[in-house]
Write a protein that binds this ligand. Structure first.
Ligand code: NAD
Length: 330
């Protein structure tokens, strides 16, 4: 089958072409993102492959349908960027990669926690300038911390396993608790109690109308003084302006972000010679206790191999009229 890829980066091309030697699809790569403005460039075809910041609302989907598209293959887990109800109505199948390597994201969340708790981002720069002072680098141990995990699906569970290894006390909130987490000693509490008890809060729920701005002025006030907040789920789970207020009044002590509400205008591009017009993002960068990575939680060799394999297999199954294994439903 001919597959048109959008938001394609050199690493996508490399991993998909490598894996395609087993599938023999025709792969066409487009660097630009797919959205209301760019949909006019899409050629008549049956299948497209998109990523997290391609925005496929009802208008875009209708245009895609009229161009013959019947399969949208997401090369990611989250599907908040596609209007699934509209796709269903049009009869467009949407498939995704539900589990490519939960450990890749869980380990990245731990990377952010440890970098912030031990000020590694500051120490790195200091030592390069021959400043070997430890002043201001006093850390705390995850071993003695209570870590609250919001959403104990695949990534949250992988994180719970790592943290129990550290000896942290792990508490969690999830409307559907995981037996695996309970079996390793994770204690489930309601969201309010999690906010009140946790020294570190890590977000691993999907972005839905329920979780949009779950972290806001009110819920932030419920958290412990000096709390560490880590978000590797989706940007809009945190109200960024509320987080800035909380950082300014020193209530939030550490903020680690791999995702950001308006990231589609920034992430996955080299903008180093441009003026960034997003004042909220620029304000976040000014805090010494904020560490931001540009949506790289998934970015490991193991995960990219799995993403390419599952995506091409999803497409193969669609082509063969086999049962859809990873269809997105509302
Ligand atoms: P999952 O579906 O396995 O788990 C999500 C969990 O969240 C489920 O257990 C669900 O019950 C729970 N949940 C739903 N609503 C909730 C709520 N209101 N409060 C608390 N918990 C709630 O998903 P996953 O594979 O663990 O991934 C989690 C999220 O991580 C994805 O939705 C995606 O947005 C994000 N993600 C980020 C990256 C990255 O590179 N940073 C990569 C993959 C996934």
């Amino acid at each position: 089958m001919k597959i048109d890829f959008y938001s394609a980066k050199p690493y996508d091309i490399s991993f998909f072409e490598g894996m395609n030697t087993q599938y023999h699809h025709e792969l066409i790569f487009h660097e630009y993102s797919l959205n209301e403005e760019t949909v006019k460039h899409v050629e008549n075809t049956r299948c497209i492959c998109v990523f997290v910041n391609d925005k496929l609302n009802a208008t875009v989907l209708e245009k895609l349908y009229n161009k013959g598209i019947r399969l949208i293959a997401l090369r990611c887990a989250g599907f908040n960027n596609i209007d699934i109800a509209a796709a269903d109505k049009l009869g467009i199948t949407v498939v995704r990669v539900p589990a490519y390597s939960p450990e890749s994201v869980a380990e990245h969340a731990v990377t952010l926690m440890l970098s912030l708790s031990r000020h590694v981002h500051k120490a790195y720069n200091r030592v390069r300038e021959s400043n070997f002072s430890l002043q201001g680098l006093l850390g705390f141990e995850l071993h003695h911390a209570t870590v609250g995990i919001v959403g104990t699906g695949q990534i949250g569970t992988a994180l719970a396993k790592i943290l129990t290894g550290f000896g942290s006390k792990v508490i969690a909130y999830d409307p559907s608790p995981s037996d695996e987490c309970i079996s390793i000693g994770v204690q489930y509490v309601d969201f309010k109690s999690l906010c009140q008890q946790a020294d570190v809060i890590s977000l691993h729920c999907p972005l839905t109308p329920d979780t949009h701005h779950l972290i806001n002025n009110k819920t932030l006030k419920n958290m412990k003084e000096n709390v560490m907040l880590i978000n590797t789920s989706r940007g809009a789970v945190i109200d960024s302006k509320a987080a800035i207020d909380s950082l300014k009044n020193k209530h939030v002590g550490y903020l680690g972000l791999d995702v950001y509400e308006q990231e589609e205008n920034l992430f996955f591009q080299d903008l180093s010679d441009q003026i960034i017009s997003d004042d909220v993002f620029e304000r976040l960068l000014t805090f010494p206790n904020v560490l931001i990575t540009a949506h790289q939680g998934f970015f490991t060799d193991e995960a990219l191999r799995n993403i390419a394999e599952t995506t091409l297999n999803n497409i193969q199954r669609f082509e063969n009229n086999s049962e859809c294994l990873h269809c997105c439903h509302i």
